[in-house]
Design a protein around this ligand. Structure first.
Ligand code: NAD
Length: 522
């Protein structure tokens, strides 16, 4: 099968300036809208289950609209899902890697066929604008394509030294039953990426999606089933993280947890998973990708317009709700005022409104809770610095917030230190490049960062000293591409798993070494 696969290439994005693409997207939005309010059942090892309590997911651009109605899992059902995953492991792990990879490629192909439909679900349930939704869905396809190829590579012979008189081998086995806990902000890409990696490696999984985006997860489960992942290989368990999360993480048959989300929940999962439970015969593995407080350094010697553009899209794309979003611009004092002036003009021109209307650059934030929390941070920020742009909600029924810039922010300020996860940018003045690097590294996080500079020595120093998992030079700090920018951060940003890179699948595998005596026995 390896011979027949072309080298990996990233899924191209639809160009919505082309009338045919625009019309296809309008049609997909209408088709998805016609399914609003549909009820989706839990899926435990192929069995569809109804429960007493329901969860309604809303359209954040228009919260009076219910996108999907979902059954809420109970702790008992959570335990049942882990046990079902554990029970099916012997069967799924024996399926040859080539067949698992083919199944995953089929899943990617189905998403590709239904791309605009998925785009539309992301517009309505996650509040993504068309291009942001398209990037998310394309990344999900990339993960399927990339990890299928990675599994084939890892299933092949591994280079070990051959001792005289022995045949020496190393091969990879799956880990076991795993829990997949994604966030809502890349509700398809991260959900699909973590699930794809786990399944293609031969593990079975229980997927617990975010309560904000369960319909997208239900649609993804349809894809897994249609692609041919056996019913026993995965369960979809919608429910409150607080109610079912602990049961899933603590269960003695849980072998690993792949989590992407906030720092606090990641730390809690890590702690709980570390505790031995009666009957547990392994140390659970935790893959935890967490928050960010990402900085862009704007050097005195740089292309100022490019820097303004890079900061703008990194800070306000998807309303700043990316772990990779720029939330701190650290600007050399010599160009500080000119930079701020240009940035303010550009930010004030950004249109904010319903995500399904293609003229809007920014849609809503995810929920009323998020809106309140972000507005509170803005209030704090007003006291900690100088409000330059935004600072309030935008008109409309949705959870809209204007792109907000707060200047003259000190390194001790709350809005310099805490992840806000919304369209709020703190701008800080640096005395010189040394000071800028020092400020950029003054964070408990270390996910992404960027530097805009024309000075080769400063770029060299950023490569060495800017302590982030993903560094970008003279470009935005968002938009990591599978294969090109393996993704993951340092420090409190997580375990640096490097999703979409050659190290990732190993996190879902364990290596076994076999040394066999050959020829005459001594
Ligand atoms: P969150 O931590 O609130 O939730 C993440 C997931 O954990 C959800 O599915 C949630 O239901 C679940 N959960 C909540 N409590 C739980 C518990 N006690 N046990 C088990 N699961 C539980 O995060 P969020 O608001 O969904 O996502 C935003 C966060 O994710 C931000 O901090 C962002 O930086 C981070 N993020 C990081 C990356 C990365 O690659 N590093 C990527 C995307 C998002």
């Amino acid at each position: 099968m390896t011979d027949t696969l072309s080298p990996f290439r990233n899924e191209p994005y639809a160009d919505f300036s082309i009338p045919a693409s625009r019309q296809a997207m309008e049609a997909a939005l209408a088709a998805v809208r016609a399914q609003f309010g549909h009820e989706y059942l839990l899926r435990i090892a192929g069995e569809e289950i109804r429960t007493a309590e329901k969860l309604r997911s809303l359209n954040p651009s228009k919260p009076s609209e219910v996108v999907g109605v979902h059954e809420k899992a109970t702790p008992e059902l959570a335990a049942r899902a882990v046990e079902a995953a554990h029970a099916f492991l012997p069967e799924w792990s024996r399926v040859p890697a080539g067949q698992r990879a083919r199944t995953l490629l089929r899943a990617g192909a189905i998403i590709r066929e239904r791309k605009m439909e998925f785009d539309a679900w992301l517009v309505y349930e996650a509040g993504k604008t068309w291009p942001e939704a398209e990037a998310d869905v394309s990344e999900a396809i990339d993960f399927c394509e990339y990890y299928a190829r990675e599994m084939l590579r890892l299933a092949g012979p591994q280079p070990v030294v051959q001792l005289p008189g022995e045949k020496d081998e190393l091969f990879y086995l799956p880990l076991g039953a795993g829990i997949i806990i994604p966030p809502w902000n890349f509700p398809l890409a991260i959900l699909a990426g973590m699930t794809a990696a786990a399944l293609v490696a031969g593990n079975t999984v229980v997927i617990k999606p975010s309560s904000e985006t369960p319909t997208i997860a239900a649609k993804f489960a349809e894809v897994l089933a249609e692609a041919g992942f056996p019913p026993g290989s995965f369960s979809l368990l919608v429910g409150s993280g607080a109610v079912v999360g602990d049961v899933l993480v603590k269960h003695p048959k849980t072998r690993f947890v792949a989590f992407t989300g906030s720092r606090d929940v990641g730390l809690r999962i890590n702690e709980l998973a570390a505790r031995h439970q009666p009957g547990q015969v392994w140390i659970k593995r935790v893959i935890a990708e967490m928050g960010g407080k990402d900085a862009i350094v704007v050097d005195a010697n740089c292309d100022l317009d490019k820097a303004v553009e890079g900061v703008l899209v990194s800070a306000f794309g998807y309303q700043g709700q990316k772990c990779s979003a720029c939330s701190r611009a650290i600007v050399d004092a010599r160009i500080y005022d000119a930079f701020l002036e240009k940035l303010k003009t550009r930010a004030e021109a950004l249109r904010v409104g319903p995500a399904d209307q293609p003229g809007n650059y920014m849609g809503p934030v995810i929920s009323e809770g998020a809106r309140r929390s972000i507005l509170n941070y803005i209030e704090t920020g007003r006291k900690e610095g100088r409000l330059v742009a935004g600072g309030a909600s935008a008109d409309g029924e949705g959870y809209f917030i204007r792109p907000t810039i707060i200047a003259d922010v000190d390194r001790e300020a709350t809005i310099f230190r805490e992840e806000i996860f919304g369209p709020v940018l703190a701008v800080t003045r640096a005395r010189d490049f040394d000071h800028a690097l020092e400020l950029a590294n003054d964070s408990e996080y270390g996910l992404t960062g960027a530097i805009f500079s024309n000075d080769p020595e400063h770029i060299r120093r950023a490569r060495e000293e800017f302590f982030v998992g993903n560094l970008y030079v003279n470009r935005k700090c968002t938009g990591a591409m599978v294969g090109a920018h393996p993704f993951g951060g340092f420090n409190m940003s997580g375990t640096d798993s490097k999703a979409g890179g050659p190290d990732y699948l190993l996190l879902f595998l364990q290596a076994k070494s076999v040394g066999e005596k050959t020829g005459h026995q001594a």
